[in-house]
Design a binder for this molecule. Structure first.
Ligand code: G3P
Ligand code: CA
Length: 237
C-alpha cells in the first residue's frame, strides 16, 4: 500500500519539519504531505495551523510574522525534548531544495478560514522555480483556489480534499472543466463501497486521509485506493 506521510512521519517526529520528512523517507514513504500558509513577507511557510502556538515555542499568526521571526521558533521541542533547538519551521523553498526527485510531494494549501491572496500563484511559481511540477500534487479543501491554480498554470496537478461525499462525482468533476483533476483525497470515513472504482473510472486517483487504524488500512486496501495519507506507515498501524 503506497504511503503518503501525513505532515511527514508525524507519528514519530514533529509534524511538518525536515526531521519528519526525512524520517518518512527512511521508513519507505512514497510521498510526503505538508501544509502551507503565507508569512507577513509573502513566503510560503510549512505549518499545519495558521497560528504558531501549538507546534512551536512562539505565539502569533503566521501571516503576521516575517521569515526572520519564524526562523527563531523552535518547531521540535513541543513534540520531543531531543528535537529541542534542532527543528525549525521550514519554508516550501527549503523542502523543495531537499526533497529527492522520486518522492511524491503533496502540498496542501491552507486557505480556509483565512484566505491568502493569490497563494495558488505563489505555490505554482515556487514549484516551477524548483522544476517540481511533475512529481507534485497540490491539494486543498478550497476547491475554488485549486481552480484558480489551474487557470494560472494548467500543468500543476490538483487533488480535491473532501470532507463530504458529492452526490454526483462525475458532475462535480465537470465543474473543473476545461481542466482535469488529478486525484481525490477524501476523509476515509466518507468512502463507500464501489466509490473508489467508480471514481477511478473518471480518470482520478484516490488517496484517503485520516487512516489511523489497521482496520481502516484493510478497508482502504479492499476498496482499491491508490494509497493512503497517514501519520505512520500503514503496515505499522
Ligand atoms: O491532506 C490530508 C489531510 O492533511 C487534511 O487534513 O487537517 O491534517 O491538514 P489536515
Ligand atoms: Ca494537511
Amino acid at each position: 500500500m503506497k504511503w503518503i506521510a501525513h505532515r511527514g512521519f508525524s507519528g514519530e517526529a514533529p509534524e511538518n519539519t525536515l526531521a519528519a520528512f526525512e524520517r518518512a523517507i527512511e521508513n519507505g514513504a512514497a510521498g510526503i504531505e505538508l501544509d502551507v500558509h503565507v508569512s507577513k513577507d509573502g513566503e510560503l511557510t510549512v505549518m499545519h495551523d495558521e497560528h504558531v502556538e501549538r507546534t512551536t515555542d512562539g505565539t502569533g499568526w503566521v501571516r503576521e510574522m516575517t521569515v526572520p521571526e519564524l526562523a527563531e521558533l523552535d518547531a521540535g521541542a513541543w513534540f520531543n525534548k531531543n528535537d529541542r533547538g534542532v527543528q525549525r519551521v521550514p519554508l516550501l523553498d527549503d523542502v523543495l531544495a531537499w526533497i529527492p526527485a522520486n518522492v511524491l510531494l503533496n502540498v496542501e494549501i491552507k486557505n480556509i478560514p483565512y484566505a491568502y491572496q493569490e497563494i495558488e500563484k505563489k505555490v505554482s511559481d515556487t514549484l516551477v522555480q524548483h522544476y517540481r511540477v511533475e512529481n507534485t500534487i497540490v491539494s486543498s479543501f478550497d476547491h475554488a483556489c485549486l481552480y484558480r491554480l489551474k487557470e494560472w498554470n494548467s500543468a500543476v496537478k490538483i487533488g480535491l480534499l473532501l470532507n463530504f461525499r458529492p452526490v454526483n462525482m462525475e458532475g462535480y468533476l465537470r465543474l473543473f472543466s476545461p481542466f482535469d483533476v488529478h486525484s481525490l483525497h477524501p476523509h476515509a470515513s466518507i468512502l463507500q463501497k464501489n466509490d473508489v472504482e467508480r471514481w477511478q473510472k473518471q480518470g482520478v486517483s484516490v488517496f484517503p486521509y485520516a487512516v489511523t487504524r489497521k482496520s481502516d488500512v484493510k478497508q482502504m486496501q479492499a476498496f482499491g485506493v491508490n494509497g493512503v495519507i497517514s501519520d505512520a506507515p500503514p503496515e505499522n498501524l
